[in-house]
Structures are given as structure tokens and as C-alpha cells.
Design a protein. Structure first.
Length: 209
């Protein structure tokens, strides 16, 4: 069984501007967010959660603020990069849950579009991405309207692809292929059969059919 959990948090302070970008959605507002990139705290927290699940450092390591390439960058490219790293390492998103904390602007009308954009960049069903907007009851820096915070948790599971096979004979190999095909067909992920790093087909496994 191969699953990985990751957590990310990001904060940006308000500054001059006329909009904020959250979850890839441009939202008109009387202020902007101070940042080297577009200041998308939702995507930054999500990226940190994905990278954290893979133990690959954080977003600042992959996209240093000192690098002029990321000046005013669209953070969606960061998310697509992190999603590619997840796939490259044989994983897929099981689900993501994100909480955004601010008093204003009001985010509820934008949450569905955020979910769609995030899912699009990750390459997963919208149902696997949750975005929740909350306030901190006027307490702390978010409560005083000084900035926006986002928290993200992700669960990754190994992609359901066939693992290297070491069957004793053709019948065993055939049974394995049939079983994997049936599982994919039924969309029943059995990650323990899929992670080439941790599990090989065990012909002698008494639990095997
Ligand atoms: Mg950030």
C-alpha cells in the first residue's frame, strides 16, 4: 500500500491593487496581494502540500522568489509543475482539501470556479478538490484584514498501473493481467498492486488468486 499525505500553508499581505488571484481565479477587490508572483495563496498552499507529500521541499525551493522568471508569474504554472512531479513519481491525487481564511473579499461566489481550475491543472475530477472559505471572526491578521491565509491538505495514492510482473508461468501472468484490467475497468484502485517502488508481483503470495 502506498499513500502519501501532505500539508501546506501560505500567507500574503494585502497591498495596493484592484484584485486578488485565488485558486487561479481573478477576484476584483480594493486591494491586491503583495508577492513576487501573483500571490495566489490557495495555489501556493496546495503546491506546498503536493511537494510535502513527495518530500520534495517547498514551492520556494522549486520557484525561488529571487528568480526573475517568476516575477508576476501565473501560479497555475507552479501547480501544473507540481502535478507533473506527482505523476512522474507514480502517484495521483486521491483528494485535496483547502481552507482559505480572510474577512474580505467574499469568496463563496468564486469557490466553484477555483475548484474547477485547480482540478484542471492537477488533471483530476473536480470532486477530488475541496475549497472552503472561512473568516477568523475578526481575530488576528486575517481578521484585521491585513492579508489572506490558505491551508491545504492532500492525499496521494499510487497510480493504478501494472507493476513489474514476476509470474511463475503464463497462467499466473494471464491471471494478473486479467485482474488488473478488471480493477481498472471497475475503477477500483488497488495502489498496493500499482506502486513499482514498493511492491512487486509476488507469485508466491498466498493472498494472490
Ligand atoms: Mg506564497
Amino acid at each position: 500500500m502506498s499513500m502519501r499525505i501532505g500539508h501546506g500553508i501560505d500567507v500574503h499581505a494585502f497591498g495596493p491593487g484592484d484584485h486578488v488571484t485565488l485558486g487561479g481565479v481573478r477576484i476584483a477587490y480594493e486591494k491586491g496581494l503583495l508577492a513576487h508572483s501573483d500571490g495566489d495563496v490557495v495555489i501556493h498552499a496546495l503546491c506546498d502540500a503536493l511537494l510535502g507529500a513527495l518530500a520534495l521541499g517547498d514551492i520556494g525551493h522549486h520557484f525561488p522568489p529571487s528568480d526573475p522568471r517568476w516575477k508576476d508569474a501565473d501560479s497555475r504554472q507552479f501547480l501544473r509543475h507540481c502535478a507533473a512531479l506527482v505523476a512522474e513519481r507514480g502517484f495521483m491525487l486521491a483528494n485535496a482539501d483547502i481552507s482559505v481564511v480572510c474577512e474580505r473579499p467574499r469568496l463563496a461566489p468564486h469557490v466553484e470556479l477555483m475548484r474547477q481550475r485547480l482540478a484542471q491543472d492537477i488533471g483530476c475530477p473536480v470532486a477530488d478538490v475541496s475549497v472552503k472559505a472561512t473568516t477568523s471572526e475578526k481575530l488576528g491578521f486575517t481578521g484585521r484584514g491585513e492579508g489572506i491565509a490558505a491551508h491545504a491538505v492532500v492525499l496521494l495514492q499510487a497510480r493504478p498501473v501494472a507493476a513489474p510482473v514476476q509470474a511463475r508461468d503464463d497462467a499466473e501472468l494471464h491471471a494478473f493481467v486479467e485482474r488488473v484490467a478488471a480493477e481498472v475497468e471497475a475503477n477500483v484502485a488497488r495502489p498496493e498492486d500499482a506502486d513499482p517502488d514498493t511492491v512487486q508481483w509476488q507469485a508466491q503470495d498466498k493472498h494472490a488468486p
